[in-house]
Design a protein around this ligand. Structure first.
Ligand code: ADP
Ligand code: MG
Length: 258
């Protein structure tokens, strides 16, 4: 191992340059290649929305970004950390990358406040009091100031998903990944979750969001990526991609879902 590659697990200047750099990424499950030659960059403070049909590889790409999946080939740099490097401290990366899934991945046996305080206490070793204060503040931020002592089952789907977002934020991430965060929600609670995400965008959070909410993407995204069959078919300004797509596959997809 060269001296240079031995050092690369430590980010040189995570505050500078793109937050995510994906180069020439390929991912296969057995003989099934589900991501083909993906190149993608996400700048600091950027909101990137990924759209595309079911099975096009959106979730797999997102999962590669915090190494819930290992890549078959290519390079992936997140917050300056080289995810392909054996010496990269993945716990350090995951601490800085928040993820929210379609299902509400809150701990059902813990009260809302305990859900929010757990990781900061265990992983970041902050005091019980500081974790509590941070949790209370985050519950206010996501519009649930009076739910600290509720159990997740006592909340609606939209409220649980806001708890999931608050829980991710409790680790003070520098990048947030969302995988169809509103797809499992009743229509009347989708808006409250999207509004929380909109607030985050306005505060400058760097976000990668897989979504079918085209109106949200048009309004909030800085850039939209359309994926199909494991490839990025086109990307660009939301207005261009969503209102004047240049590829037939993008047109067909948009006409199916809007
Ligand atoms: P999307 O999120 O766009 O619906 P996915 O990333 O979930 O797409 O899936 C892309 C392809 O990868 C699909 O064909 C899916 O069946 C396959 N796939 C995803 N996860 C696995 C896995 N763990 N093992 C095998 N195949 C998988
Ligand atoms: Mg998916």
């Amino acid at each position: 191992m060269s001296e240079d590659s031995a050092r690369r697990h430590v980010p040189e200047s995570p505050a500078d340059g793109p937050v995510v750099i994906v180069e020439n990424l390929h991912k296969s499950f057995g003989s099934n290649e589900v991501l083909t030659d993906i190149d993608l960059e996400v700048a600091a403070n950027e909101v990137l929305c990924i759209i595309g049909p079911s099975g096009s590889g959106k979730s797999t790409l997102l999962r590669c970004l915090n190494r819930l999946e290992t890549v078959t080939s290519g390079t992936l740099t997140v917050l300056g950390y080289d995810l392909g490097h054996s010496r990269t401290d993945m716990n350090a990366v995951r601490k800085r990358v928040g993820m929210v899934f379609q299902g509400f991945n809150v701990f059902p046996h813990l009260k809302v406040l305990e859900n929010l305080a757990l990781a900061p206490r265990k992983v970041s070793k902050i005091s019980k009091r500081a974790a509590r204060e941070r949790a209370v503040e985050l519950l206010r931020k996501v519009g649930l100031p009076d739910k600290a002592d509720s159990y997740p089952r006592e909340l609606s789907g939209g409220q649980q998903q806001r708890v999931a977002i608050a829980r991710a934020l409790a680790m003070q991430p520098q990048l947030m990944l969302f995988d169809e965060p509103t797809s499992a929600l009743d229509p009347e609670t989708i808006g409250e979750v999207l509004n929380v995400m909109k607030d985050l965008a306005n505060e400058g959070m760097t976000m990668v969001i897989v979504t079918h909410e085209i109106g949200f993407a048009r309004e909030v995204a800085d850039r939209v990526v359309f994926m199909d069959e494991g490839k990025i078919v086109e990307q660009g300004d939301p207005k261009d991609v969503l209102e004047h797509p240049s590829h037939d596959r993008t047109k067909a997809f948009l006409s199916r879902i809007t």
